[in-house]
Design a binder for this molecule. Structure first.
Ligand code: FES
Length: 104
């Protein structure tokens, strides 16, 4: 599947991501600035915070309870479309997904 990250400076990074890979791992592998993934995807750092593009929120779904709590401590402003990208897994359903990297 393809994923595009929109960066705060207006640049975009698009990459092919294998099914089953999470969006934090994919961002780190593709050198997306601003997605750190300090805890390795264990839901304990919130440094993988992204905004899901409005057209995709139905398909990525809602944050689970613990993710929801972690989003409250994310550094950037929380929005309704905020997700921790380590909790979004690549699948054929999400082909073309657009994620927005928060302003630092
Ligand atoms: Fe730490 Fe997602 S990588 S919460």
């Amino acid at each position: 599947m393809k994923v595009t990250w929109n960066l705060p400076d207006g640049a975009q990074i698009t990459a092919d991501v294998q099914t089953g890979t999470n969006m934090m791992e994919a961002a780190v592998a593709n050198n997306v600035p601003g997605v750190i993934g300090e805890c390795g995807g264990n839901l304990s750092c919130a440094t993988c915070h992204v905004y899901v593009d409005a057209g995709w929120t139905d398909r990525t779904g809602d944050a689970e309870d613990f993710e929801d709590a972690m989003l409250d401590v994310a550094e950037a402003e929380r929005r309704p479309e905020s997700r921790l990208s380590c909790q979004i897994e690549a699948s054929d359903d999400l082909d073309g997904l657009v994620l927005i990297v928060p302003q630092p």
